[in-house]
Design a binder for this molecule. Sequence first.
Ligand code: FPP
Ligand code: MG
Ligand code: MG
Length: 386
Amino acid sequence: KAPPGVSVDPLRIVGKELKFLTKNIRKLLGSGHPMLDKVAKYYTWSEGKHVRPLLVLLMSQATALAPRNPHTHSTSISSQQQSYISEPISSPLVLADANPDTSPLTAPAAELEGIFGEDPNILPAQRRLAEITELIHTASLLHDDVIDNAVTRRSSSSANTQFGNKMAVLAGDFLLGRASVALARLRNPEVIELLATVIANLVEGEFMQLKNTASDERSPVFTDDTITYYLQKTYLKTASLISKSCRAAALLGNSTPDIVEAAYSYGRNLGLAFQLVDDMLDYTVNSAEFGKPAGADLELGLATAPLLFAWKENPELGALVGRKFEQEGDVERARELVARSNGIEQTRALAQEYADKAAAAIDILPDSEAKNGLLDMCEKTMKRRK
Ligand code: FPP
Ligand code: MG
Ligand code: MG
């Protein structure tokens, strides 16, 4: 825990680094096709929380002060690697960027902004990783809003509402493509493998979510497997990106294996807590505060943690889960049973357990402002309202 009275605002610690994040992301997303350029950058104009890049930057700083591997590549990045990372990936002036590797080796000064930032404890590759995590996350939001038929996102029109489903899906694919190029340029096969797995995991999580339970029964019965299935789905759809990018940050910093594991465990547990809180807020806050439709999960047929805990107390919910709350009055009945149960409290308690585990996972990191920032993120995750 941070000493009392000491400010550990994570946003302040890496605030300067984050300042360039959105600008750099827009550069990665440049396309000569004006409409694609516009749709691809659309979500970069709204106020995102930047949770994933923030965690990558804090983890990079916090692990920089821990032991590193002795005789593999040094902690500073080679000049060859620097030129890969800083090469312009896209140019808004050309339509096709068929072979990005033919772009000039010396990047224009503007291209380097923020990548070679001021904090010597964050490597250019780790800054780029932070941008890649936001690109993958934003791609998943573009696709998710199509799947969920969302009308709003971050308190404005969703991309699908603004531009239609086809453009929203294609823009998401474009983001994944540009994220893949940036990832390849880090020239680190293990990190490429981790983030490529994340993309597959997001799809696996979304597929698991298409069904509320492992079985296809009409009126499923609540068992321990119900929670296990939900948690596995939650790991895939949310915690995979956070955990694997924390792990990748430590790997890029050449951390020792125990530090790499600690970074992963922190991300995994925080990611699970983060989604549990999200699923709880869907029941407890209003849409205006949430910045996206609240109470949406039941409408989408989804049984998340608060409902699952209520189901444990009220077996009659099984039938509603089985028909995805589709029958007239199902959503209202389910909402009422959740409100009368202690499903919300149990969800909060489970999230707290994971947040505590995340904090404990980084015990082995040396004390630092960045470590305090990571601990503060555990508290902020539990207190957030949006
Ligand atoms: C938000 O969940 C969505 C996700 C965490 C991941 C969605 C993943 C896909 C659509 C898979 C395919 C996409 C890519 C790019 C690999 P939510 O709907 O529960 O949250 P919300 O309330 O913010 O919409
Ligand atoms: Mg959604
Ligand atoms: Mg969704």
